[in-house]
Design a protein around this ligand. Structure first.
Ligand SMILES: [Fe+2]
Length: 147
C-alpha cells in the first residue's frame, strides 16, 4: 500500500516525516482491515509493527530534543509516555482477552486521533524549534537526520 502523509502533517524534516508516514500507513491499514472485517485477525501483527515504529520515532525525537536543548522537552516526553501507557493497555487487553471488534475500533480511533493531534501540534512545535539548529549542525558537517 502506498501511503502519503497528509500535507498538514508534514513537518519538513524528512527523517521524521518518513517515520510518521510509516506510522500513518499502519494506522490506515488498521482502518482498512477494520472496514473489511479483518481487524481482529490482523490486530496482533499491526500493533506489534506499530509498537516498533513508534518506539523508534519517540527515541529519535527525544534524542534530538535533548541534544539541542528543547525547552518543551519535559512536556513532550510526558505526552510520549502517556501514549506509551495507553498503547500498553491495548496490548495487555489483546494478550489477556484476545482480539475483538471492540478493541479494533477503540485502538484504531485512539491512534488516528492521537497521531493527528500529536504530529500536527506537539511535533510541529518541536520541529519549529529544532529545524534551524539541525540545519546549522548539518552545515557544520555533523551527522544528523536526513533533512
Ligand atoms: Fe513526538
Amino acid at each position: 500500500m502506498i501511503y502519503e502523509l497528509p500535507d498538514e502533517l508534514r513537518l519538513g524534516v524528512s527523517g521524521i516525516d518518513e517515520q510518521h508516514r510509516q506510522i500513518f500507513m499502519v494506522t490506515a491499514q488498521m482502518r482498512l482491515a477494520r472496514d473489511r472485517g479483518e481487524g481482529e485477525k490482523r490486530l496482533f501483527a499491526l500493533l506489534a509493527f506499530l509498537n516498533q515504529h513508534l518506539h523508534d520515532n519517540f527515541t529519535r525525537e527525544e534524542t534530538f530534543m535533548i541534544r539541542y536543548g528543547y525547552d518543551q522537552y519535559q512536556d513532550h516526553l510526558a505526552r510520549h509516555q502517556e501514549f506509551a501507557e495507553k498503547f500498553a493497555e491495548f496490548q495487555t487487553s489483546l494478550q489477556c482477552h484476545g482480539p475483538s471488534l471492540r478493541l479494533v475500533v477503540q485502538t484504531t480511533r485512539f491512534l488516528s486521533d492521537w497521531l493527528k493531534e500529536h504530529i500536527g501540534i506537539t511535533d510541529r512545535a518541536m520541529i519549529e524549534f529544532l529545524k534551524p539548529l539541525l540545519l546549522e549542525a548539518k552545515a557544520a558537517g555533523e551527522k544528523i537526520w536526513r533533512m
